[in-house]
Design a binder for this molecule. Structure first.
Ligand code: SF4
Length: 459
């Protein structure tokens, strides 16, 4: 077993027995479950909406090369700069170059999973640049020294009392502040940082090719402040976030809001087409978009797994997953957790190291059912398993166990050999890992042939 797999197993074992954790998660997911059906009422035909959204992403991904070039052409025409980054290191080096050029000491950041993927905060810190998370959930997590727990709700595993204690500990506030008071504290601290920051860094929910823009949705206004207040704005975005046209937002924005948080549409929705233009009063003087590959083109090249790039990161599959709800977001040890994380992490970070995530599923199909872009998630998990077997990543004992099982199952005379007790002994020895967490397998005393003969005799 790889180190990542054994760490995952150890962390999951502890978390799944943690009753307090489960209560907090159930409470927060319960709130989500109460509002999502209300948000869905805005669609007269949910299935049709999902089909259309899937078609938009299909169209974008099937001709991604053309859309990326079209985006670049339009975006650069208005003075924006596009950087193509093949991997995390290239993206980090480019960001550092810009920071050095601008003599940047402070960066304000809005919520972005891609910046988590490339470990931007720790990289900037190592290079003497302060990077401040401005989304409240991310700010809480940064104060606590933890990565986000959930792709939409970063501090979902914390109660309001936990947050009050954290603020008291890290910021010296009274220990029993209400959520409103805590938010005001964060707001006051963050406003100072916006004034100091030379650069704002964001992700993007969508890249729009026909107008050369990025689209950002958020609820706190921190994204707008991060993009408009500092003189330089850098948006880093995975290439799969493409949609062909601005008119596609009419569907994609409400869809993302409803499946992400139950809202009809998020509070702030911004379309950013480049830096401040002559005569405009707001916006950054310079704007960069970093288009990140980081193994996404490998997924694109795989006709089966390509579908996983349709993901709009709404987080709905995490909220319905019985595994996620029990082991929590941090046990995965990857940027993307839950069903979509278990599908893409082995393909983004290496099948050998992360294939175990594709086995951490009951295959109940709840994730596939809820996905607003109809990604066949549980089938893709199975496909990862198949791929890992075909690449010979199974252990010797597992291979032998299945070989013996196959040899026995293919011949009736072999199936009839030995009594039920002997068979149970052999099979339980072969599948001993299974028996660590399950009752041993039992076999009938009589073989199928013998039972059939008895049945015929009684007719
Ligand atoms: S896979 Fe589907 S349900 Fe899961 S986060 Fe992505 S879009 Fe949402």
């Amino acid at each position: 077993m790889t180190e990542t797999a054994s760490t995952f197993k150890a962390k999951s074992t502890i978390k799944s027995a943690d009753i307090e954790h489960r209560q907090k998660i159930n409470f927060n997911i319960g709130k989500y479950n109460a509002v999502v059906p209300l948000g869905k009422q805005q669609f007269s035909d949910n299935n049709l909406v999902k089909e259309r959204a899937k078609n938009i992403k299909w169209r974008a991904l099937e001709t991604l090369d053309q859309h990326l070039e079209e985006f670049e052409m339009h975006f650069t025409a208005r003075g924006g700069k596009v950087i193509w980054a093949q991997d995390s290191q290239e993206a980090l080096d480019e960001i550092l170059n810009i920071c050095k050029e601008k003599n940047c000491k402070t960066v304000v950041k809005s919520k972005s999973m891609v910046t988590e993927e490339i470990h931007l905060n720790s990289f900037l810190q190592e290079n003497g640049i302060e990077s401040i998370e401005t989304d409240l959930g991310e700010y809480i997590q940064q104060l606590d020294g933890e990565p986000p727990y959930h792709i939409v709700t970063p501090a979902m595993h914390k109660s309001k009392e936990d947050v009050a204690r954290l603020f008291a500990d890290k910021l010296g506030t009274p220990s029993k502040l209400t959520p409103q008071e805590l938010t005001l504290v964060a707001r006051e601290k963050l406003r100072e940082k916006y004034i100091q920051a030379e650069i704002g860094i964001t992700g993007a929910n969508f890249i729009i090719s026909d107008i050369g823009a990025i689209a950002i949705t958020e609820n706190e206004g921190n994204g707008r402040l991060s993009t408009a207040w500092p003189k330089t704005h850098i948006a880093i975005v995975g290439i799969e976030k493409m949609i062909p046209s601005m008119t596609d937002l009419a569907l994609m924005w409400p869809l993302l809001s409803t499946y992400g948080t139950g809202q009809k549409v998020t509070v702030y929705s911004s379309i950013i087409t480049g830096p401040k233009q002559p005569g405009e009063t707001d916006g950054p003087e310079e704007m960069y978009v970093i288009l990140l590959d980081n193994n996404r083109t490998n997924i694109l090249a795989n006709p089966v797994q390509r579908e996983s790039l349709y993901c709009i990161r709404c987080g709905a599959c995490l909220n319905v997953c019985p595994v996620y709800k029990n082991i929590g977001g941090h046990s995965y040890g990857t940027t993307y957790s839950g069903p979509i994380g278990s599908v893409i992490s082995p393909n983004l970070n290496g099948l050998k190291e992360y294939k175990h995530l594709s086995y951490a599923s009951s295959l109940c199909g709840a994730c596939t059912e809820v996905c607003p872009v109809k990604i066949n998630l549980h089938q893709l998990l199975l496909d990862n398993r198949k791929e890992s077997v075909e690449q010979g990543m199974t252990t010797f004992s597992e291979k032998m166990a299945w070989k013996i099982w196959k040899a026995a199952s293919l011949k009736r005379s072999r199936m009839n050999m030995g009594g039920g007790g002997l068979k149970a002994k052999i099979v339980n020895a072969l599948f001993k890992d299974w028996n660590k967490h399950h009752e041993p397998l039992h076999f009938s005393k009589k073989t199928f042939n013998e039972m059939w003969k008895d049945r015929e005799r009684l007719k």
